[in-house]
Design a protein around this ligand. Sequence first.
Ligand code: G3P
Ligand code: CA
Length: 242
Amino acid sequence: MKIFAHRGYAGKYPENTLVAFEAAAKLPVEGVELDVQRTKDGVLVVNHDERIHRTSNGKGHLKDHTFEELRELDFGSWKGEEFAGAKIPTLEEVLCVFQQTHHVINLEIKTDVVAYPNIEDDVLDLVNRLGMADRIMYSSFDHTMVESLLQKAPSNLVGVLFEKILVNLHEYGERIGSNSLHISMEAAKRGVIRQDIEKGSVFRVYTVNKVEDYDVMESLGVEAIFTDQPELMYAHREKKAA
Ligand code: G3P
Ligand code: CA
């Protein structure tokens, strides 16, 4: 089972900041996951919440701030004083951290309440400019966005994100044109994914932070997990393989 470091390395560092990504880039895990949004003045940046108060000393919606305004803010202190002054990174800065590594990079294009019209085109332009298209995996909870991505990127690199349990996930994936289904651990535990895997679906599960849950996901046939604890999960996998 593959391991993706979630939001950079959220268990140990301020999520979605360069210090987290620089740590993740040194890990022998297969991938890294991050969240993409866009500033008021059109800069692609990496941050999970649409509102910035939880992880910074600012407030309001990210989309209502210019990049310059956001860069003035501290996105590190909330996690610990040792991270004071960590800045919100641009997507380009983050991708550059991984330019020479082996990792697959899962870009989750955010949309919850906020919509970022045509953001996927900006993301694809950047990825192509950096020559990283073959290492980027896309996903979104917005399935209109997923359909748009499927027209512009190989289908095996586009995952459909689900929050709640759904029946007939495989059939849904087939209809939308992707067999990569990214679901929550709760959904994986309570759902019926074995049958879907037999039909050809690939499941990637978030967010798996305990070794007991690693084992359950492995026994279900999950292809990859997203974890805030990538070193712990990697050590567990190594131990099992020994
Ligand atoms: O992409 C998997 C996972 O990151 C989705 O949930 O809320 O952590 O972005 P969230
Ligand atoms: Ca995410």
